[in-house]
Design a protein around this ligand. Structure first.
Ligand code: GLU
Length: 288
């Protein structure tokens, strides 16, 4: 039987109507405990979410103020579980280098922004997920036949973004390359076109979005040379919110909402991904 719903509380309502009794203490996945961040968000009817504004396929702000992309759809699935629709969502731009500060300062409730889960970042923020696994790659001008992989970077000029895993990895992999760092990947596109830089490096799926919009001017080379598991960032200490989002992701991966979100966005250009395994890690105590 395929029961399809976009709201878990609908399931609860149906279960009640059918007279289904749930054993006390056995919370349905996605249910909301009192006093939690989820309860506060649900009762306020508002949530503030950090996304990318300039990354086609994952997070792009429309001229009408309505964003599109896979990250955006994943964020909407979570908001929907809290009973929050588009009117209750405040979108905030979350450049790579600002994401931890946006979360630790409480300016946003969560970040869904091509955000790689890493041990280093886990010291400052919490991560639900992963809900997708990307991999770092390279994009060159199609007319440039010299660069086929990261081994060919030599002293080439490579553009990436401050505070990204892409920038730190490429500094290690190609230490002699000239690294040019901006706040956003879109800032690398004109310099690549005009020849001020030779390569843009970040996750393959971000590059694919720019390549798809560039009329064959750019190509992606070198395959994926890292694994970038995308997580949903939350405040460091908020384990309950983090694990509740994991439950929501798990349900959405099982009931088709995750795939639907993919197909409507990145799936228009990229192949269907495998369903990733959720991390659900235990946070390491800081000893304070
Ligand atoms: N996923 C990588 C990261 O989180 C690169 C993409 C980005 O900067 O958003 O750093």
């Amino acid at each position: 039987m395929a029961l399809r719903t976009s709201n878990r509380r609908t399931v609860a309502a149906v279960a009640t109507l059918l007279g289904v009794v749930t054993a006390a203490g056995c919370a349905a996945p996605g249910s909301i405990p009192e006093g939690s961040t989820m309860a506060a968000l649900e009762s306020s009817g508002e949530i503030t979410i950090g996304i990318k504004y300039d990354q086609p396929l994952f997070g792009e702000m429309g001229a009408d103020g309505v964003p599109t992309g896979f990250d955006v759809e994943v964020a909407r699935i979570i908001a929907d579980e809290l009973g929050i629709g588009e009117d209750g969502i405040t979108w905030v731009e979350a450049p790579s280098g600002d994401r931890e500060d946006l979360l630790s300062s409480g300016r946003v409730d969560m970040v869904v922004a091509t955000y790689t889960i890493s041990d280093e970042r886990k010291e400052r923020v919490g991560f639900a997920g992963p809900y997708y696994v990307a991999g770092q790659s390279l994009m060159t001008r199609t007319s440039d036949a010299e660069i086929a992989s990261a081994l060919d970077l030599g002293d080439k000029k490579v553009c990436s973004v401050e505070g990204s895993t892409a920038a730190s990895t490429i500094a290690r992999v190609a230490p002699d390359a000239g690294l040019v760092l901006f706040d956003d990947y879109s800032d690398c596109i004109d310099p690549l076109r005009t020849g001020q830089v030779d390569v843009v490096t970040t996750d393959d799926v971000i590059l694919a979005g720019y390549a798809a919009d560039a009329d064959g001017q750019f190509r992606i080379v070198g395959g994926a040379f890292t694994a970038e598991p995308y997580g949903i960032g939350v405040a460091l200490e908020d384990d309950a919110f983090r694990l509740w989002i994991d439950d929501v992701l798990e349900a959405a991966m099982e009931d088709g909402r995750w795939l639907e979100a993919w197909n409507e966005t990145a799936g228009e250009v990229l192949p269907e991904p495998q369903v990733p395994h959720l991390d659900r890690y235990a946070r390491v105590a800081t000893g304070e």
